[in-house]
Design a binder for this molecule. Sequence first.
Ligand SMILES: Nc1ncnc2c1ncn2[C@@H]1O[C@H](COP(=O)(O)OP(=O)(O)O)[C@@H](O)[C@H]1O
Ligand SMILES: [Mg+2]
Length: 617
Amino acid sequence: MTAPATTAPDTDGPDGRPPAPDDSFDRDVLPAPPGATAALLRSLLAPMRARVAVTSLLLLLQQAAVQAGPLLVAYALDRAVPALRDGDHGPLIAVGAGYLLCALAGGALQYAFIRAAARVNQDVLLDLRGRIFRHAQALSVDFHERYTSGRLISRSTTDVESLRELLSEGLQELVTVVLSFVYISAMLLWLDLGLGAVAVASFGPLYLLVRSYRRRAGQAYGRRSTAIAAVIVRFVETMNGIRPVRAFRREAVNDAGFAVLNHRHERANGDALLEMARYVTGSRLVANTAVAGLVLWGAYRVADGTLALGVLAAAVLYLRRLYDPIDRLGMFLNSYQSAAASLEKIAGLLAQVPTVPEPSVPRELPPLASDLPGREVVFDGVAFGYRTGGEVLPRFDLTIPAGQTVAVVGSTGAGKSTLAKLLARFYDPTAGRVLLDGTDLRDLAVPELRRGVVMVTQEAFLFSGTVADNIALGRPEATREEIERAAKAIGAHDFVAALPDGYDTDVRKRGGRISAGQRQLVSFARALLADPAVLILDEATSSLDIPGERAVQRAMGTVLKGRTAVVIAHRLSTVEIADRVLVMEGGRIVEDGSPADLTAGTGRFADLHRAWRESLA
Ligand SMILES: Nc1ncnc2c1ncn2[C@@H]1O[C@H](COP(=O)(O)OP(=O)(O)O)[C@@H](O)[C@H]1O
Ligand SMILES: [Mg+2]
């Protein structure tokens, strides 16, 4: 991004500016170890090595069959026609049959080649798309907070597509051109050393042309691919944020920003096309000069009697065939280059390792101490800072006994959500350990961790599918009865039953539209059904209206019963059901006690409590 040097550094402020860009994530290509791109290509092709070999062989044979044509013409002119004058039809019939055979074999081989190549291509692309999705999904939350979904989309669409173009068209053409260069040069040199030399001499200027084109068009294509990625990113972000865009009347500003990116893309595209035009003109000039020279010189030699007419005819035919695909060579090189750039970006993405890695020796949680689901949580010398900034949580210790409900309060930015995210292991602490019944979260197998700790946030995201599917997310094997029981316990049953298809209503379809508050009820039911040892509610009731929240409040008793719970609250009613209250300020726990004790005291919580009370009055 180019920003005037005079503006203040970007902050993630309420004005909607993007967060401060961080090192590599600013660029479109994530750093990958050297050789990663080639290694990726190898690993994609390795499983189909045999099929690649067969495909290449088919192409080799096809070229041999096709390139025999002019040679047969030379033979017909120089041998078969004189023989015919002597009344011998044999050679001409042989040539005719040979020509037909070559044409048929060439066609059949081409058919077989295209089929084989298409299969290989499809399998490579299938594999690659799958890898991108699986890898992106496995990467940690902090990756996704920085690498936008627009970029991910552009990786698995535009970039995979440019590889598809290369594999399905470019590569075949490129190999065909190179093969025919080799075949034809050899054939010309064998037919007549002098004529062969003319053809080979034309390779010099052609090579220079191709080289300069590659360099200049390569730069233009690089700019183009960066520009199109920026266009996609802007598009996705704007549409994802369409509500704030409308609310803050950002349309005109967005239009202007988008127009800049759109024009940048257009200019890069124009530059690339201009290079193409120069290249095509130059290469045609070289090719036609060579053909003219060859015809001129060859004609004199035929008149001299030092060159057979058939050989000259074959040489002209070969030369035309040689130069024909040169125009397209430029395009293949383009697709090669843009595919190489795309592959590099994909390789960079695939080279990212999760910052929250799975344990190499996963451990199980010990059996529950009682028949209640709760487990003890210990923050042992934990400190934490996000990668992009300074320390957010200075070193602290905290023990939450099994089954305790802890309310965490504090002003915005105090570090409440950060504490919760460490407990859910969205991040690992920079120092110290988070223990669940004595086991470090880092040592827990992922399914074990997800059963152990569940976090419900304000977003309450629903996936496409039915309401029942969405409730069963944390326990896919749950029966319909269990799903309904969870919904009833949380007070979601009535509204679900009133939907057009009840629990089978598709949440993305018409009629399945459910409100933010209802979404939150669904995500509560989901958490209840998942039956975790530790439940974290991060402002999870903030989208509910007062009656809705009252309903949840009643249900909360059911949900939290016996569990260890961390409830980040902004309303008094939530705090009152807690056994213990933590007040956070500037990343530190500044007060810790029972609600009654803290209310009776003179600290921040007492102030807060008074303010809440007054606001209710
Ligand atoms: N993903 C992030 N990357 C960098 N800094 C973050 C991130 N999330 C939160 N922060 C910062 O950490 C601090 C604590 O934030 P948070 O835990 O979300 O506070 P709270 O939930 O109490 O409002 C804030 O200063 C915030 O700017
Ligand atoms: Mg928060």
